[in-house]
Design a protein. Sequence first.
Length: 330
Amino acid sequence: MKHISVIVPSGSSIVDTIIAPFNLLRMANRHFKRINGLSEEPFKIDLVGQTKEPVLYQGLFSIQPTATLKEVSKTNLIIISPISGDPQKAIENNRDFVAWIKTQRIKNDADLASLCQGAFLLAETGLVNGKSCATHWTVHNAFQRRYPKVKLVPDKIICEDNGIYSSGGAYSILNFTLYLIERYFGRETAIWLSKVSEIEFDRLSQQEFIIFSGQKDHMDEPIKEAQQFIEKNYKDSLRINDIAQMVHLNGRSFLRRFKKATANTPLEYIQRVKVEAAKKQLESTARTILEVMYDIGYNDEKAFRSTFRKYSGLSPKEYQRKYNREMASV
């Protein structure tokens, strides 16, 4: 019998992100046994803790691990549950998991699947250096600063790189778990579970959910001044060289420092500020696409639609129909 380990992290986590994958995997296990006429379920599925002591989350919910790290000498798949709060503190609280994950991967060739901010524990092992990895969009900057050798894929809900899986986060864990179930139990079981649980199937991007608020958690004051200027004047025709001169930097230094501080080029930053303004109008007003386009400073409809899709994953019309209640039925 093969084995799946769902990590029960110490410290802070969202209990649903542990229980939901565990329950979905158990449902898939039972269904696969039934439709294939097996005498036993193909996987043993454990909630794995550093100890057997129940772990309390949000001061309200506790989870009882069914096995400890020492009891699981070999596993085939590790579900790395999300951590939350301060990443450094959370990692230190779960340091034993980091070593165990690394050992299981190197010695036993276990597949790894990180959910949401579980990517921090995964990256701490060093196993994804030079590899692609996804995590929740709210922690992209912190993740990139801590793990510069990892190839962060900011738009993906699901990422796969040679048996190491990672997901965007929050309740997309349901879509991610279906993805893993398809890999381990087959598409028939995954589709059955999608229908029974009413979970959308094959959703792969988190672009439309990203709220761009500007990355200002850095200490480069001239770049912050440039960001604030862009956010106040995004409707105007902005020239990168003019902004650089305004903050007393030469063009090359400005580009380098802006990219380092914000993870965007100045042009990308301007585009994202414009798109975020457009999204808010499309969500809350009955303005036409062209009216919104002109209001945020675009004159080229093709360029606007292309840029909007690049940063939201949807066309302006698709976005408006999905998020504007008044326009949904139009």
